[in-house]
Design a protein around this ligand. Structure first.
Ligand code: ADP
Length: 648
């Protein structure tokens, strides 16, 4: 298969670094310097299949190509590669990870390079050649000056030259050209290429643009893993050519790690891209099979930080946050500290019900309305809940809410789901009810088990208003002293900022459930750490942050109201080792046997508590900066400004 086809036309056409470095290395050879360099460059730029293939295979071809180019210039038989190059090539060929790691990573090695220099073309070592030309230049210059003086003394015409004088003049010109080539060109180039790195100290025409482009870091199809056996090699080839579907590897081999390894190698070959850096080992692939991820080739590492202790409802929680956003954990931690120092926060669970809303169609709006009345009639609820609850011992139907669009009916079922987030559970229950309804409404056409009135993983007012998953309100009173000492701001500053930013600003923006500073930051980080579905961050981050001055305006009352936190402690990613460890840290790992559902509810409360801490800290940071600026702008008392500034 052609590269273009395999790589979707995206495979970068990049001249490998060692080759480029050689072509651009400063060449002290006089006179032909520029011409030779251009020959070099034009050879390298040739889009011939050989050079293209070589460019993509880092193990030996770049050096081989370089030697070839060197030898075109020298018109001498090729020089054998140096010992360093040979050992490098051997290491790559034998898959030695350590020796070839930089090549695999596609990173330019800027340490003393094994790549041959253009000066290798000189018949003598560079220092000897330089010495000869230096000596020649100064000795013939001295000789000629002497001869010149003698001629002036003896009144001999200067243009009358002897054979030895002629030879001296030729030698002077030759050595001058050599020295000019050695120092002069480099001197001029240093002005042209001041902004370039060491390796680019000599830049040829047409190179500027190519060099200014950011270089893809990975251009190297070297597999990141050594093949386990010949048998595996055969399977990799079958996957590459398509005779074995990649998705079938787990069932065919019965070994999930081996399947992932083979799939990964096939992927590297078909794309020509290395996956070096993406770990393969260290994950239990059996635990994700059929549950969490299909066709795995590795896993992404996300650091987990800890914020806390979060003092919530009288208990302390260390909150795990998986994030790559610097300052997020530190900021949330500061919020936890402020809450702790003020006596803690209180979280109240308002509602707990997962939803699913199928869409069904009738021939007429009248028939759709009849089903709506049937479903909303309290007399029928008991029957429907018995049917629904058969799906699981934890599923309990709570409510049915209908909405009509012409002859289409959207039925939003809400049920409790124990410690599971509950999407599977509620979907099974809904299917039971739909099957049951077919008896009385045989003309009902089920268009989809989900009709988006649920509404899952999309911003929707229905979740914001009605709630989905766990609805939680969390509050704390932060004392004036803590606001000043820990949060480095003031209560009036926070209240004003909250009103203008989180409430008015979000209203101006037409926000849906976004009346907060950064709830999504904390929700996502805790979700990823604890194995929740990160896509449900959309509705789970719906939050209104309220701030008010209390206790005669001294202290701050802060609350976050979050109507749709969708979390579980069983099912999905929660059972994976690392996510499970984070749940364990919070004391909510797995199913609660004493009180099913209490682990998931507690997790939702912790999420809300962490959001409260995050809101408090970020709002304070903004308020502190804003207050200083606005005070300066509106020229308030200098004493106040100094006080505020010193507290920032
Ligand atoms: P979800 O519905 O969130 O997708 P799953 O269906 O993957 O979750 O996981 C729920 C499964 O866990 C169900 O089979 C259920 O019987 C089982 N389970 C065990 N204990 C509990 C519990 N305490 N709460 C909810 N489900 C539980």
């Amino acid at each position: 298969m052609k590269d273009r086809e395999r790589g979707g036309g995206c495979t970068p056409c990049v001249v490998p670094q060692p080759l480029k470095a050689t072509a651009l290395t400063y060449n002290p050879t006089p006179a032909h310097f520029s011409l030779n360099a251009r020959i070099f460059y034009s050879c390298i730029k040739q889009p011939s299949p050989t050079s293209e293939t070589n460019a993509r295979r880092p193990s030996s071809p770049p050096n081989v190509t370089t030697h070839f180019l060197m030898d075109v210039r020298r018109r001498l038989p090729p020089k054998p590669p140096s010992a360093t190059i040979l050992s490098h090539q051997k290491a790559v060929a034998s898959g030695d990870d350590r020796s070839s790691s930089s090549a695999k990573a596609g990173v330019v090695d800027r340490s003393p390079s094994p790549v041959p220099k253009a000066s290798d073309a000189l018949p003598l070592p560079l220092y000897l050649t330089n010495g000869i030309f230096f000596t020649l230049f100064f000795s013939v210059a001295y000789y000629l000056l002497h001869r010149w003086r003698d001629k002036i003394r003896s009144s001999t015409p200067l243009h009358v030259v002897t054979l030895s004088e002629l030879a001296a003049i030729v030698s002077l010109i030759a050595s001058f050209i050599y020295l000019l080539g050695f120092f002069g060109i480099d001197f001029v180039q240093s002005f042209i290429t001041t902004s370039r790195g060491e390796e680019d100290s000599f830049v040829l025409e047409g190179e500027v643009e190519q060099h200014s482009e950011p270089k893809p870091r990975i251009v190297d199809p070297v597999p990141s893993l050594a093949l386990a056996s010949e048998e595996d090699e055969e399977i990799v080839k079958s996957v590459v050519c398509g005779s074995v579907p990649s998705y079938s590897l787990e069932s065919k081999l019965g070994d999930c790690l081996r399947a992932a390894s083979i799939r990964r190698q096939a992927l590297e070959r078909t794309t020509g891209r290395s996956l070096l850096g993406l770990p393969l080992e260290g994950l239990d692939y059996d635990s994700i099979l059929g549950q969490c991820c299909e066709m795995p080739v590795g896993y992404v590492q996300i650091p987990v930080g800890i914020a806390g202790p979060l003092l919530l409802n009288g208990c302390e929680y260390m909150v795990p946050m998986a994030t790559t956003e610097g300052c997020l954990v530190a900021s949330t931690n500061r919020g936890c500290k402020a809450i702790f120092a003020s006596g803690g926060a209180t979280a109240i669970l308002l509602k707990d019900g997962m939803t699913r809303a199928p869409v069904v169609r009738f021939a007429t709006a009248e028939r759709a309305s009849q089903l709506k009345f049937f479903l909303e009639d309290a007399i029928n609820f008991d029957t429907l809940s018995i049917v629904f609850n058969k799906s699981s011992r934890f599923a309990r139907l709570q409510n049915i809410q209908c909405s009509i669009a012409g002859k289409n009916l959207y039925i939003r079922f809400t049920c409790s789901t124990g410690d599971a987030m509950g999407m599977n559970m509620v979907s099974k229950g809904v299917q039971n009810v739909l099957d049951f309804l077919q008896n009385d409404f045989p003309d009902m056409d089920v268009i989809g088990i989900s009709g988006n009135f649920c509404s899952d993983k999309k911003p929707a007012a229905v979740n914001w208003i009605e709630g989905r998953g766990k609805s939680v309100v969390c509050e704390a009173v932060i004392t004036e002293e803590v606001v000043k000492k820990v949060l480095k701001t003031t209560v009036p500053g926070l209240v004003e900022l909250n009103m203008l930013k989180n409430l008015t600003g979000s209203a101006i923006a037409g926000s849906l459930g976004g009346f907060n500073a950064h709830a999504a930051n904390i929700v996502s980080a805790v979700f990823i750490a604890t194995g929740q579905d990160p896509a449900q961050n959309i509705e789970s981050s719906h939050c209104i942050t309220m701030m008010e001055a209390v206790n005669n305006g001294k202290d701050l009352h802060i609350s976050v109201t979050m109507p749709s936190i969708e979390v579980g402690t069983v099912g999905g990613g929660t059972q994976l080792a690392s996510q499970s460890a984070c749940l364990n840290l919070l004391g909510v790992k797995g199913a609660s046997h004493e009180s099913p559902g209490s682990n998931a509810r507690l997790l939702a409360s912790v999420v809300a508590g962490a959001v409260l801490a995050g809101e408090l800290s970020l709002m304070s940071a903004i308020a502190a900066g804003q207050l200083v600026r606005s005070h300066m702008k509106y020229n308030r008392s200098n004493r106040d400004i100094a006080a505020i500034a010193s507290s920032v």
